[in-house]
Design a binder for this molecule. Sequence first.
Ligand SMILES: [Cu+2]
Length: 271
Amino acid sequence: MTLAGFLGAAYLFADSRGPAAAPAPASSPAAYHSDGLADAYDGFRAEALVLPTRRGPGTVSVRVTGPTGTATDFQHVHTKPMHMYVLRDDLSGYQHLHPAVVDGAWTAPVTIADGGAYRVYLEFVPHGRPAGADPTVLGIPFVIAGDTTMVPVPAPRAEARSGPYTVRRLDGTADLASGTPTALRFQVLRDGRPAVLEPYLGAYAHLSNFEVRTQGLRHLHPLPANATGDAPADGVLAFHAAFAERGDKRMFLQFRAGGTVHQVAFTVFTT
Ligand SMILES: [Cu+2]
């Protein structure tokens, strides 16, 4: 399905706050964005060789083919040629993996804790695209049989915690406007003071944003904290955000501090 087709279809569904009022903004012809809801996009196709089938330790192995055949190398973005995510359809169980190429397929160990319907997302920027271009995101669903404890998507909250760190969304639980570029800012605190952030995968923060209704992925680009590339002294991580769709988003934010990678999640509604 094309992106335009997908967006049009998505508007047929009601969300928790009633029908959508405005059409989606037209996507730029220069954008390469895709959302992981299809296994093929823009000449690239993902074919699963191995997917988890039961709870516990398993393997994901996916072959990607492109215009010139099997694709085993991409531009390095945040120091990696491929970013892989695993998520259940209730937006729980988020995992961020970095697969290695084994026998021509992107392969990573993964542990699945509970039954249910999952999706693996493959995010990459093919060679030849301009620097900073949007990634291609392909996705493949898989099912883990057995009991499933569904987790409701949490309501918007202004704070989340990981270990000794508190992350505050600086505009609290405010709704955002879809179709309007904006900035999302989070401040990482420890004992009430700005945390000392450490680079992780070549940046100070990584944020994956999923549409709750569809599970479509959009990786948000961090805004530079300052001209020097030093860690932000105020502990603030800022992201450029421009959402096409109305509805709840679930955002997974990763940062590194105290020698450990931390992960928190926020729910944000866009009107
Ligand atoms: Cu990654």
